[in-house]
Design a protein around this ligand. Sequence first.
Ligand SMILES: [Cu+2]
Length: 125
Amino acid sequence: MNRSLAFLAVAVVITAISIAVLLAAQRPTPEDTNAVAINVTSRQWNYTPSEIRVKEGQTVILHLKSIDVPHGFAIEEYRVNVFLPPGETVDVKFIANQVGEFQYFCNVFCGTGHPNHKGKLIVEK
Ligand SMILES: [Cu+2]
């Protein structure tokens, strides 16, 4: 009896920990109304969308996905630099606190069109 109660208690604790870990591992979601989430697809040799326009101060969440070969995604001014394994979604989050136009580009050699694999982030006042 005591043994099964102990077993039950352990099972409950393990379940609770598992749920907590799963919740913590979930992708970031817009936690304020000032946040914007954008799906970005990467392929040889462009990003869709090729232009991202946000407002100064917005929290920007990008859900990045390569649909063919390994690519990268970088925005130097925002210290964004991630690797995109094909088929996986990689999330990036930053606050658009610099106004202007910034290039996002692929920094993983992905074929002959690699040098032109880029897009534009526009942060407006
Ligand atoms: Cu690329």
